[in-house]
Design a protein around this ligand. Structure first.
Ligand code: IMP
Length: 192
């Protein structure tokens, strides 16, 4: 059994990763290794933030580990909100974050955007990155009640429903996070 710490306390993320990597890997959360720290996340890119979080964890807890960072990039806004996705409006209130995004985009017809996830995995002194992204378009108003975050605004290319109108299974079949996690799982299964 190989033990890895995942830099999260989000039960939903843990469940998703554990299901994909399988029983040979035991994934621990931050709480399970006694980490209550506010892990620094000061990078300008998803890569830098994921790497910063995994480096912190490995340095302080001496486990092999991985960390993820995700967000939404809207082309017409210079790839904002990007690493500021969770606090775009200055607060974690997603209603405010969505309102600000809609206000900044206004009637701009260029609605092209993507969700991206980057995972940094550290095993011993090696670091590996896995990435997933999904292209889509930002709506003019919210649609749907499922999912979280910016899901009510985001319609993936080739689909007519927003992420918030999809079932969890429909979203997980194409999402940025699922693609990155699949890359991680494939790597772990082939090399460990
Ligand atoms: P995290 O790095 O996974 O915590 O994601 C940071 C922020 O990006 C979240 O707080 C959301 O606002 C946004 N985000 C990331 N993934 C998704 C998604 O699948 N749907 C909607 N919003 C997302």
């Amino acid at each position: 059994m190989i033990t890895l710490v995942f830099a999260t306390n989000n039960a939903h993320k843990l469940e998703e990763v554990q299901a994909v990597v399988g029983d040979r890997f035991h994934i621990l959360t931050l709480a399970e290794v006694g980490c209550n720290d506010d892990i620094p996340e000061t990078g300008n890119t998803f890569e830098a933030n994921a790497a910063q979080k995994s480096a912190y964890l490995q340095a302080h807890y001496e486990y092999d580990c991985f960390a993820d960072d995700s967000g939404l990039e809207v082309d017409a806004l210079g790839k904002e909100p990007g690493v500021f996705s969770a606090r775009y409006s200055g607060s974690r209130d997603m209603e405010k974050n969505i309102d600000l995004l809609l206000q900044r985009l206004g009637e701009n017809p260029d609605r092209h955007a993507r969700f991206r996830t980057v995972i940094s995995l550290r095993i011993g002194d090696r670091e590996y990155f896995f990435e997933g992204s999904v292209e889509g378009d930002i709506g003019f108003e919210r649609r749907g009640t499922g999912g979280f975050g910016y899901d009510p605004l985001f319609t993936p290319r080739g689909f007519s429903k927003t992420f918030a109108e999809m079932t969890a299974a429909e979203k997980n079949a194409i999402s940025h996070r699922a693609i990155a996690v699949a890359g991680l799982a494939d790597f772990l299964q082939r090399h460990y």
